[in-house]
Design a protein around this ligand. Structure first.
Ligand SMILES: *[C@@H]1O[C@H](CO)[C@@H](O)[C@H](O)[C@H]1NC(C)=O
Ligand SMILES: *[C@@H]1O[C@H](CO)[C@@H](O)[C@H](O)[C@H]1NC(C)=O
Ligand SMILES: *[C@@H]1O[C@H](CO)[C@@H](O)[C@H](O)[C@H]1NC(C)=O
Ligand SMILES: *[C@@H]1O[C@H](CO)[C@@H](O)[C@H](O)[C@H]1NC(C)=O
Length: 567
């Protein structure tokens, strides 16, 4: 994000030449980079720019980090402490990348796409995901017996800020507010309330309210799709993230009656987003502490076998929910994330970094062999624009192969209440070709929206979703800072069921076909579309105010199934 910001500032301003000249040693290196950035307007010039970057990285991590810090401050991209913190943390990884990749290869094109927005992403590298068996000719039928559903809570992106300070400035110049920052000299304009603010992450008091709200839903278990740690990304380090994962585990285990099955988010790492690959020389085990910490914390929830898998499968595990035939497969999607800087440290294109896909396939095959149904849970929805196209495509192959076994996929990360669809033929998107739906839960952090979570009614025989209810608390309500009131905002079934062609029968689940019909509705019905957008944004009018687009294809992102890119 900072890189994007850096680039747009540079492209937008011609005033750079008037920047005060300093004689600081790193400024001259920064000058070279600034000159390069000024000329970088397209993909070819981005590749040339990498030559300049690489020359700086060749001087060593310190030289590289210091020139980026200097650049960030001279361009006033962020406050001084943010500039220093962010580049001290990610700078050495970027320097390592630049020294390891050829400036004109495919990896550098991907880097230019992800970090500077100056190249299109290269087309999918064709790869056929290996499967142990081909799809059965007569797949098992999962039939609802009409028994009453059970409840499952899906919550995501809690982003708990352990340094949240009541009364501190909630209207600050940094990416995250409501903390005591040493450079805060002006009198406070908006004091941080006890229960949170839209420019801030989740305070401790809100955690108490959240766990109470979850506990009143009669849920059998919860799924949590990642991002425990706060968004002060320029300050996070291994010690803080370890403490955050531990506190989350301890507090939620103590407060909640039902178990939680979690997935790791991109914020469960330090530097943020950065999970090295097993092929990364001398850094391969740099995030093993994340897996060990979460394994230990989650063991009482997920059991010994799954907890051991986390340590050996880079954060992924699989378990069968007690007293059910439902296999939950939790995978670490960090190795598919464009912002994971360790993914750019080689010119080799690795189809399956750290074997996450092959672990997923092995667990789905196991479920198929045992006649179980499966839910996939992970942090990042694989149809989004911040997922590498290759991995999105390969993931889609897995979804298509095991579509009979997969009863649902569940994600977070976008902070929005939305969904994605997979089709068996992306050139022929119909109700009959919709094969899988990804449920994306809204965030619990009040940062840029109202805290919200979902409660699913689950059929106990098919494990399909019969209804999804979003619960939320309104940050602008006068009572919010005293005692947040949680309310059901809407029932998906009640809201869209009557609006889709033919309606829903009481035995119909909220299937991929149903969701396809919702996209058709949203394309034609402006009022329904506006309502969807409002709900999607967690009632945040500010952040998305300008969007007046009517087109479900924009909101219902699809996997890069045919390699032609996402809509
Ligand atoms: C709570 O869940 C149990 C077990 O799934 C179910 O039997 C019961 O009807 C549910 N109660 C309510 C109020 O939803
Ligand atoms: C927030 O801070 C900015 C910059 O310091 C200031 O201009 C603005 O008036 C503040 N907002 C409020 C509501 O006080
Ligand atoms: C990473 O850890 C594994 C298991 O603990 C070990 O076998 C491997 O040698 C380590 N790799 C490196 C590069 O240290
Ligand atoms: C996918 O749909 C397109 C458009 O209807 C059709 O031409 C093509 O044959 C289909 N592909 C497959 C594999 O069915």
């Amino acid at each position: 994000m900072l890189w994007h910001c850096l680039r747009s500032r540079l492209v937008a301003t011609a005033v750079l030449v008037f920047l005060p000249y300093t004689t600081h040693a790193w400024s001259s290196l920064a000058d070279g980079i600034i000159a390069g950035l000024n000329n970088a307007a397209d993909c070819a010039s981005c590749h040339s720019l990498l030559v300049t970057f690489r020359a700086t990285a060749a001087l060593g991590d310190d030289a590289f980090v210091n020139s980026l810090k200097s650049l960030c401050k001279r361009l006033k991209l962020q406050d001084t402490d943010v500039c220093d913190g962010i580049f001290e943390s990610v700078g050495p990884v970027v320097a390592h990348d630049l020294r390891s990749m050829s400036p004109f290869g495919q990896t550098s094109t991907k880097f230019c796409n992800a970090m500077l927005g100056l190249c299109s992403e290269p087309p999918v590298n064709t790869y056929t995901v290996p499967f142990p068996k081909s799809a059965p000719e007569n797949p098992k039928e999962f039939k609802s017996l009409g028994r009453p559903p059970f409840q499952v809570v899906h919550f995501s992106d809690v982003h708990i800020d352990r340094e949240y300070s009541v009364g501190s400035e909630a209207n600050c110049s940094k990416p995250l507010c409501c903390r005591e920052f040493s450079d805060q000299s002006e009198p406070t304009t908006i004091p941080a309330g006890p229960l949170g603010d839209h420019a801030c992450d989740t305070p401790r008091n809100l955690v108490e309210s959240i766990v109470k709200a979850i506990d009143t839903t009669n849920n059998t278990f919860s799924i949590f799709t990642g991002d425990i740690v706060d968004g002060a990304v320029w300050l996070v380090n291994q010690e803080d993230v370890t403490a955050d994962i531990n506190l989350f585990g301890e507090e939620f285990k103590m407060a909640l009656q039902a178990p939680v099955y979690p997935a790791l988010g991109n914020h469960e790492s330090a530097p943020v987003n950065c999970f090295p690959r097993l092929t990364t020389e001398s850094h391969a085990n740099d995030s093993q502490w994340v897996f060990e910490t979460s394994s230990a914390q989650w063991r009482p929830w997920i059991g010994n076998a799954a907890a051991d898998q986390i340590v050996h499968h880079s954060g992924s595990y699989s378990l069968v929910v007690p007293d059910t035939s439902l296999r939950i497969i939790s995978i670490n999607s960090g190795f598919w994330y464009k912002m994971n800087l360790w993914l750019y440290d080689s010119d080799d294109q690795q189809p399956d970094p750290n074997g996450i896909l092959s672990f997923l396939v092995s667990q789905l095959q196991l479920a198929e062999d045992l006649g179980q149904r499966s839910w996939i849970i992970a942090h990042m929805p694989p149809g989004g624009g911040d997922v590498l196209l290759d991995q999105s495509n390969y993931y889609d192959q897995v979804i298509q192969r095991y579509r009979n076994t997969i009863a649902g996929q569940f994600f977070g990360h976008t902070h929005a209440d939305e969904f994605q669809l997979a089709y068996s033929n992306y050139s022929d998107q119909r109700k009959d070709t919709a094969t899988s739906v990804a449920w994306v839960a809204p965030a619990l952090t009040p940062r840029s929206g109202n805290p919200a979570f979902k409660v699913y009614d689950v059929d106990p025989d098919t494990y399909e979703i019969m209804d999804a209810k979003t619960y939320s608390t309104d940050v602008s309500h006068p009572e919010y800072q005293i005692d947040p009131v949680w309310k059901m905002v809407y029932s998906t079934r009640d809201l869209y069921g009557p609006l889709i062609a033919g309606g829903l029968d009481s035995s119909d689940s909220l299937s991929p076909s149903f969701w396809h019909q919702v996209t058709e509705l949203l394309e034609t019905d402006n009022q329904a579309f506006r309502m969807f957008q409002h709900l999607k944004r967690r009632a945040d009018a500010v952040r998305y105010a300008s969007s007046g687009h009517n087109g479900a294809r924009i909101i219902a992102l699809m996997y890069a199934g045919d390699g032609s890119g996402k809509v």
